[in-house]
Design a protein around this ligand. Structure first.
Ligand code: ZN
Length: 302
């Protein structure tokens, strides 16, 4: 074996061990990783009208609702119930098989209070991970599910988006980097996934839905479409600067028309440059938090 290779491997090994030991000690972090996330998705982005989205956490239901579908005005902290489950709760006849099936998952009305995150997100993300989301609709029929997930000091709050999509039953036919022109001076690289999911309609027939899933990550100073690059930035900032700002993971997802397979490019190129300035405004506020100190003990990190 090559001598140089052995030396290199040994150094890498020692550095890794030291890093693990170091990360286990209480330490001072900068960048306010657990601070309040002041960002919210705007209710309106030019002619795109945003609606909040909620999810039912009853396993056999798992339905998502937009504000219109729910027929409510949004009030902060209000409780909303899943319409489908409420209907079953009130109307299923006791003793029937449907009743039994429903009540294996549902013991009280609290079980179908709608949440701001899907069942899958709840399972994969640490408790309390901030999520901001709107379903944006334009008059030309375009509908985009736009989500920002924010990391804290817990590990795992942002992980490879591919894992979540696969866990939700998605299949990828292609993925690559695509560039969006934000302005004359600014380009933004986003990662594109061509996704397909199989759903069964009410008659039990399977239906394939094709969609585009675009994402990128940013922190106050960096942005990247690559999960690996983001991970390296986090590692270097943490190891050398004790800098641990929140990262945001932004995704824009929408259904594509198989008869017009290239239209997604126009849709994204129209929408992202309109969303981007709202994110930038937030990033500016976050840059001001560069030197805020947080003392963190190993227990808190878990
Ligand atoms: Zn439900």
């Amino acid at each position: 074996m090559n001598k140089k290779l052995i030396i290199c491997a040994s150094v890498c090994f020692i550095v890794t061990i030291l890093a693990i030991l170091y990360l286990g000690l209480p330490r001072k972090l900068y960048g306010d990783p657990n601070g309040e996330v002041t960002y919210d998705m705007p209710d309106k982005i030019d002619f795109y009208k945003g609606e909040r989205v909620w999810y039912c956490h009853v396993k056999q239901c798992a339905r998502g609702y937009t504000q219109t579908e729910l027929g409510v005005e949004y009030t902060d902290g209000a409780t909303y119930y899943c319409k489908d489950c409420l209907d079953k709760w009130e109307n299923l006849e006791e003793g029937t098989s449907q009743y039994k099936k429903f009540h294996t998952d549902v013991k009280s009305k609290d079980d179908f209070i709608l949440k701001d995150r899907s069942v899958g997100e709840k399972a994969l993300l640490p408790e309390g991970t901030p999520i901001r989301r709107r379903n944006y609709k334009a008059q030309n029929g375009v509908q985009l599910n736009t989500t920002a997930v924010f990391s804290g000091t817990e590990r795992g709050s942002i992980h490879r988006p591919q894992n979540c999509l696969r866990a939700a039953g998605g299949r990828f036919s292609n993925e690559y980097t695509h560039t969006i022109k934000i302005s004359d001076k600014k380009d933004l690289d986003v990662h594109i996934i061509h996704l397909s999911n199989v759903y069964t309609d009410s008659s039990g027939k399977p239906e394939v839905v094709h969609s585009i899933y675009a994402y990128w990550f940013f922190n106050p100073f960096k942005e990247t479409e690559s999960h690996t690059t983001r991970f390296i930035y986090t590692l270097l900032d943490g190891a050398f600067l004790n800098y641990r700002p929140r990262w945001a993971y932004v995704s824009v997802a929408f259904i594509v028309d198989p008869n017009d397979p290239e239209r997604w490019k126009t849709i994204l190129q129209d929408f992202i440059p309109r969303l981007y300035p709202h994110l930038e405004k937030y990033r500016e506020q976050e840059r001001a938090k560069r030197w805020i100190e947080t003392i963190i003990t190993p227990e808190e990190k878990k």
